[in-house]
Design a protein around this ligand. Structure first.
Ligand code: HPA
Length: 236
């Protein structure tokens, strides 16, 4: 149906969770969705559509980076007319107190990428998440007693970087770094849709603490449930 997605229009729900990793999409579909069916496997990016608490939801892996997230979020909003996307992923923290497993809700993304220039002939440093969606996520976190920190993330083009002067990004208001949120929020703005990112801290760039593999799954479950319980609240 698009150069990158084989799903038919009706195969993608109006509400989409978008992890980076296809294996995580499979994990979420198996554990949380009823009647989940595989609707995309082009290039190994897996998408499943099923029901969560009676509401149709799609889980779709974005792959890594602004480029890949830019393609999938564009096609999901523009061609499949998706209403809302929540990215669920990991981030590296710039603040000592943000320990591994801390859950961050991105209220905005800063990036010096050229994605905005290429995609929309404009130069925007900071893009906000959906205020409405973030309110719902915060409310849901409260109800479920999941601790969250809200803040800005730096969306970088390069995972392996020589830019170790984190003060530059901290002065831009960023509390953590990752690689996809800017493209998602940019496309939501472009197509007048809703988007946000919920991120779990996987590593702290100041203290060098990291997630342990044993606890990774259970801790990521808090973020997944928070995203699922939030996105279905958009269904009126
Ligand atoms: N840099 C970029 N992306 C990331 C990081 C990081 O340190 N940790 C998790 N995603």
């Amino acid at each position: 149906m698009t150069p990158h997605i084989e799903a038919e229009i009706g195969d993608i729900a109006k509400y989409v969770l978008i992890p980076g990793d296809p294996n995580r999409a499979t994990y979420i579909a198996n554990k949380y969705l009823e009647e989940a069916r595989l609707v995309n496997k082009v290039r190994g990016e897996l998408a499943y559509t099923g029901k969560y608490k009676g509401v149709e939801v799609t889980v779709f892996s974005s792959g890594m980076g602004i480029g890949s997230m830019g393609i999938y979020s564009h096609e999901l909003f523009d061609v499949y007319d998706v209403n809302a996307i929540i990215r669920i992923g990991t981030a590296g923290a710039y603040k000592e107190e943000l320990k591994p497993y801390t859950i961050i809700i991105a209220d905005s993304s800063y990036s010096d990428t050229n994605f905005d220039l290429e995609s929309g002939s404009e130069d925007i440093e900071i893009i906000n998440s959906s205020f409405e969606l973030n309110n719902i996520i915060n409310m849901t976190a409260n109800i479920r007693r999941i601790d969250v920190i809200t803040g800005r993330v730096y969306t970088t083009d390069a995972f392996y970087t020589d830019r170790r002067n984190y003060d530059y990004f901290i002065n831009k208001g960023c509390i953590a770094t990752e690689m996809e949120t800017y493209a998602l929020l940019y496309n939501a703005k472009k197509f007048h849709k809703m988007a946000s990112s919920i991120l779990t801290i996987s590593d702290n760039l100041i203290t060098h603490e990291e997630m342990s593999s044993e606890e990774r799954e259970r801790r990521l479950d808090d973020m997944i449930v928070l995203a699922l319980d939030s996105i279905i609240k958009l269904e009126k």
